[in-house]
Design a protein around this ligand. Structure first.
Ligand code: UD1
Length: 370
C-alpha cells in the first residue's frame, strides 16, 4: 500500500478495552497502518478505565472526548457532537468500533454520515430483546457499518437474516480471548483469592449491573436475599459496579452485605479480575463478557438474564441462563460437581486480531489496486 491507512480505534467503556487492546498491538506492528486510540470518556473512573489501559499495555489515548455519564440520549448525543468535530478536523480512513455500548453506536453514526468507513468488531450478536439499550446499539451499528467482523457463526446468520450483504461479513472469532492470552502470564502470577482470604476453587464471584436486575427495588431485593442465603453455602466476593453501588445506597440495601460470607469490593482491574474468575467455583453475573470468559476458562457461569446475545456460551460453553426462581438448580449442580463441562467455540483461539488485520489489509490493498 502506498500511503499509511489512518485508523481510529474507539475505546469507551470497560468492556471495550479488552476488545481494542489486541487489535491495537497488532496494528502498530504494521507499516501500512497508523492506528490511534480515541477514548470517548463514557467510563472515566480509574478502576473502570485507566487500570485497564495499564493492564493491557495501552498508551494514553490520542484524544479523550470526555463525555462522561448522562441519560442515553445525552451520552449518545455528546459522543456524536465531539467525535464529529474530531472527524472533520482530522478525517481517518477507517473507524473501528467494538461491542455494543452507547459510544459504539454514536461514533458509527457520526462517521458514516461524513462518508468515513466504519468497521464493527463483535458484530451480529443479538439478544432479540429491545428493552436492552445494547440491543438497539447493536442493530443500528450493524445496519450502518461497512465491515462486520463476527465472533461466532450465529452472528453471521443474524446479519444475513437482517438483509446485510454477505461480502461485508467475516467470521473472525472472539477478540476478548486474544486479550486474555496476551496477559495470561501476568494473570497467573497473581493470587487474588489469597489476598481476599478465600480458598482457591471454593468461592463464588458475583457481578451485577444491568438495569433489569438492579434498577427495580423489589427485584434487586430478591437477588440480595438470594446472595445472602447462598453465602451460607459458599463464600462470595462481589466487585461492585458504580451503577450498582448507587442502587444499593438508594435502596439502603447495605444490611444484605454486612455478613462475613459476602465480601463487597470495588471493581477490580483486568488482570486481578480474570485471576479471581480463573480460580472460582462459580460465577453469577449479568455481564456479556463474563459469559464468554467463563466459557473459555471452563468455569460454571449462571447468568441472571432472560436471554443472551452470546448463545454459544449456553449451547457449547459453561453458561446457563436463569432467573432468581431457577438459579438454585444450577447452584446445586455446581456445588455437588454435577454441572456441565462445556467446550470452547470455534475461533476463540487468541488469533482474532491477526484475522482482523488481514481483513483490513486485503480491503485497502484491493481498493488501491482497482
Ligand atoms: C455501560 C454499557 C454496558 C456495559 C457497562 C459495563 C451502554 C448502554 N451500556 O453500562 O453495555 O456492560 O457499561 O460497565 O453503553 N459510572 C461511574 N464511573 C464510571 C462509569 C460510570 O461512576 O467510570 C456511573 C455513572 O455515573 C452512571 C453509572 O455508573 O450513573 C452507569 O454508567 P454508564 O456508562 O452510563 O452505563 P453502564 O450502566 O455502566
Amino acid at each position: 500500500m502506498g500511503h499509511q491507512i489512518k485508523i481510529f480505534l474507539i475505546a469507551a467503556a470497560r468492556p471495550n478495552f479488552m476488545k481494542i487492546a489486541p487489535l491495537y498491538h497488532q496494528l502498530i506492528k504494521q507499516r501500512w497502518a497508523n492506528a490511534k486510540i480515541i477514548h470517548t470518556g463514557q467510563h472515566y473512573d480509574i478502576n473502570m478505565s485507566d487500570s485497564f489501559f495499564k493492564d493491557l499495555n495501552l498508551p494514553t489515548p490520542y484524544r479523550n472526548l470526555e463525555v462522561g455519564s448522562g441519560s442515553h440520549a445525552e451520552q449518545t448525543g455528546r459522543v456524536m457532537i465531539e467525535f464529529e468535530k474530531l472527524l472533520v478536523s482530522e478525517p481517518p480512513d477507517l473507524v473501528i468500533v467494538v461491542g455494543d455500548v452507547n459510544s459504539t453506536m454514536a461514533c458509527t453514526i457520526a462517521a458514516v454520515k461524513l462518508g468515513i468507513r466504519v468497521a464493527h468488531l463483535e458484530a451480529g450478536l443479538r439478544s432479540f430483546d429491545r428493552e436492552m439499550p445494547e440491543e438497539i446499539n447493536r442493530i443500528v451499528t450493524d445496519s450502518l457499518a461497512d465491515f462486520l467482523w463476527t465472533p461466532s457463526e450465529d452472528g453471521n446468520q443474524n446479519l444475513l437474516r437482517e438483509g446485510i450483504k454477505e461480502e461485508k461479513i467475516e467470521l473472525v472469532g472472539n477478540i476478548m480471548i486474544d486479550s486474555l492470552e496476551m496477559v495470561r502470564t501476568q494473570i497467573e502470577s497473581e493470587d487474588v483469592a489469597k489476598k481476599l482470604k478465600l480458598e482457591s476453587g471454593n468461592y463464588a464471584v458475583v457481578t451485577l449491573h444491568r438495569p433489569s436486575n438492579v434498577d427495580q427495588k423489589s427485584k434487586f431485593k430478591r437477588i440480595c436475599e438470594f446472595l445472602n442465603n447462598l453465602s451460607n453455602k459458599i463464600d462470595i466476593v462481589f466487585p461492585i459496579h458504580p451503577r450498582t453501588r448507587k442502587q444499593i445506597e438508594a435502596f439502603s440495601f447495605h444490611s444484605y452485605f454486612n455478613d462475613n460470607g459476602i465480601q463487597t469490593i470495588d471493581p477490580l482491574n483486568y488482570i486481578n479480575f480474570i485471576n479471581l474468575v480463573m480460580n472460582a467455583k462459580l460465577l453469577i453475573t449479568d455481564s456479556g463478557g463474563i459469559q464468554e470468559e467463563t466459557t473459555y476458562l471452563g468455569i460454571p457461569c449462571l447468568t441472571l438474564r432472560e436471554n443472551t446475545e452470546r448463545p454459544v456460551t449456553v449451547t457449547q460453553g459453561t453458561n446457563t441462563l436463569c432467573c432468581i426462581d431457577t438459579i438454585n438448580t444450577g447452584v446445586e449442580q455446581v456445588l455437588t460437581n454435577r454441572y456441565k463441562a462445556g467446550d470452547i467455540p470455534q475461533l476463540w483461539d487468541g488469533r482474532t486480531a491477526n484475522r482482523v488485520v488481514k481483513s483490513i489489509e486485503r480491503y485497502f490493498h484491493n481498493t488501491e489496486t482497482n
